[in-house]
Design a protein around this ligand. Structure first.
Ligand SMILES: Cc1ncc(COP(=O)(O)O)c(C=O)c1O
Length: 306
């Protein structure tokens, strides 16, 4: 997929797309210590760009950096908020995907290097439905991966670290090569964890919504929103471990994430699941309204420039 974008924010300045370059000895390119976020802006009904849950994403970004011992003193939440709004303005985007990334620049090499500059970029581009419009409407096919999600002592589960995504990308390739849309990652105990870029929910036979607890998954911002939406509707949400068999027998399965939004699952490992089910449809439609500022009790979560 080609990226169409005119300007990228790079260490405090808006740089033309073609000039936003790094050296081949950029430390993160070799070893993967860097942190990133994925954020979406949606055009609001008044025509302005609204960034969905920007504060939560920037908090997670800075926390990920702190956990990786990458101090980013120059850039706090306020400065990064302005930077995100600047990137959208500079590109003339009212709807876009935003990608903040903090990485260790060129300088020293070797695993123990600590003197490399910490650089921050924020890119933006137009990005439609992550799993395609048809996937969003009719559901996608999921395959349990042979690759296990990293053990909690092998990765920082709650941080979005560049290098962690090798595990996810290999799982995604494997699923795609087998003809499926997305991979289901199990944890080291064999419990369901998440997709390669989404958290997972099922609706059980009692009509409860079940999702894995924050132990073996990324604490998704969409996950939290979806729990709020469901609880607002009076639906019981349970956070507990379960095996893949719970998915095979579920009434509904859906995945959520900034990129994937709320995507129904219509097949797990070749076992068909009705999709989209009523709860999935309700969550999807409230979510897609909320991000456009149309759900009054969630409106404060959209950041706009007045
Ligand atoms: C591994 C993984 N799980 C879940 C998610 C969903 O998180 P969020 O809803 O914050 O985008 C993402 C996306 O960031 C992810 O990369």
């Amino acid at each position: 997929m080609g990226i169409e974008s005119d300007f990228i924010w790079f260490d405090g300045a808006l740089v033309p797309y073609a000039e936003a370059k790094v050296h081949v000895l950029t430390h993160t390119l070799h070893y993967g210590v860097g942190v990133f976020e994925g954020i979406r802006a949606y055009e609001q009904d008044d025509g302005r760009a609204g960034i969905w849950r920007l504060r939560e994403h920037l908090d997670r970004f800075l926390l990920s950096a702190r956990m990786c011992r990458m101090p980013t003193p120059a850039w706090g939440v306020d400065a990064l908020t302005e930077a995100c709004l600047d990137v959208l303005d500079a590109n003339g985007f009212t709807s876009a995907y935003l990608r903040p990334l903090a990485f260790l620049g060129a300088g020293a090499m070797g695993l123990g290097a600590r003197t490399n500059p910490i650089q921050v970029v924020i890119a933006a581009w137009r990005w439609g439905a992550y799993m395609g419009e048809e996937g969003l409407a009719r559901g996608v096919r999921l395959k349990t991966s042979s690759l296990v999600r990293s053990h909690p002592n092998a990765a920082l589960q709650s941080a979005k670290v560049v290098g962690h995504y090798v595990n996810n990308i290999l799982a995604r390739y494997e699923a795609n090569d087998a003809g499926f849309d997305e991979a289901l990652m199990l944890d080291h105990h064999g419990f369901v964890a998440e997709g390669t870029g989404e958290n997972i929910f099922l609706v059980d036979a009692r009509g409860r919504v079940v999702t894995p607890p924050l132990a073996n998954v990324l604490p998704g911002i969409t996950r939290r929103t979806v729990i709020e939406l469901l609880e607002h509707d009076g639906v019981e949400v349970v956070e507990q471990f379960f095996g893949r068999d719970a998915l095979y027998g579920a009434r509904e399965v859906f995945m959520v994430g900034t990129a994937a939004e709320v995507t129904p699952i219509r097949d797990v490992d070749g076992i068909a699941i009705d999709a989209p089910g009523p709860i999935t449809q309700r969550v999807q439609s409230v979510y897609l309204d909320a991000v456009r500022g149309r759900v009054p009790w969630l409106r404060p979560y959209v950041t706009t420039r007045s």
